[in-house]
Design a protein. Structure first.
Length: 76
């Protein structure tokens, strides 16, 4: 299915466990063609869900800089 990712594909791309995503499937638009069938998601739908869960870091600027560095290194 072009434009869709399996649950495993989303978990790998997001660097997140399948179990965690499954726990939140009621909040994330997804597709399943039978009761026990494979779950499909659009990456954009998943990204919108992630953005709603975003929190701003406040306080220690040096800690924020360290976390940004780690995030940038992880993306490379």
């Amino acid at each position: 299915m072009e434009g869709y990712l399996s649950l495993n594909g989303v978990a790998q791309k997001a660097n997140m466990s399948i179990k965690h995503i499954r726990m939140h499937l009621e909040e994330i638009p997804h597709y399943r063609f039978s009761k026990h069938g494979k779950i499909w998601l659009r990456w954009n739908d998943f990204a919108v869900w992630m953005e709603r869960r975003r929190t701003e870091l406040k306080g220690d600027d040096s800690l924020i800089e360290i976390l940004r560095d780690l995030t940038n290194k992880a993306r490379q």
